[in-house]
Structures are given as structure tokens and as C-alpha cells.
Design a protein. Structure first.
Length: 103
């Protein structure tokens, strides 16, 4: 794995040459294996396709909803957006999965 830097503010991964996150301007730090990194943001349909792929590949993940359960119950899940985080040590493995989250 190439040396990478990590933004603890937005959980994004960047090339080692960068000192500040281009997304949020926070100072970057050395990427550690257990850092939670942002895999993607996905709508309900993409999330339903991505979860089985991550489970089958045995990649642990966290899925955070934007609106929350109460809003989904009230308005339906069409507007819901999920953010997926995985450990940095599994990033290369996740990038080998079919890229269902790329639109």
C-alpha cells in the first residue's frame, strides 16, 4: 500500500505529498490501519447493492443515515442518503469490489 495521509475531519484519504485536506482544509495526518475512511455516499438503492458486497468480502463498515429513521418512516426512503465508512486497512480490498457506488 502506498503511503497516504488522512483527514480526521472528513475521513478522506489523500496522497502523502499533501499537507492539508483539499476538501475541508484541515491538517492531514499519517493514515493508520484502523482509521475510519469514507468509502462513499449512496442513495437507498446503491446502499442496498453495496451492503451485500461488503458483507460477502468480509469488510467491516459503518453506515450512517443522513435523515434518520423517523424521517424515512414519515417521508419514505427516496430522499435518504447513506455514508459508508470502512477501516483504512480494507480500502484496497473495497476498491476491488464492483464499483456500484460510482455514478
Amino acid at each position: 500500500m502506498k503511503v497516504k495521509n488522512y483527514c480526521s475531519n472528513c475521513q478522506s484519504v489523500h496522497e502523502a505529498e499533501e499537507s492539508f485536506c483539499p476538501q475541508c482544509q484541515s491538517r492531514l495526518q499519517a493514515l493508520k490501519a484502523d482509521d475510519p475512511v469514507l468509502l462513499c455516499k449512496a442513495n437507498t438503492t446503491i446502499a442496498m447493492m453495496l451492503e451485500p458486497l461488503l458483507k460477502e468480502a468480509q469488510i467491516p463498515y459503518s453506515k450512517i443515515s443522513k435523515l434518520g429513521a423517523a424521517m424515512v418512516i414519515r417521508a419514505g426512503n427516496l430522499l435518504e442518503e447513506y455514508t459508508f465508512y470502512i477501516p483504512a486497512s480494507k480500502l484496497e480490498e473495497a476498491n476491488k469490489l464492483p464499483p456500484v457506488w460510482e455514478q
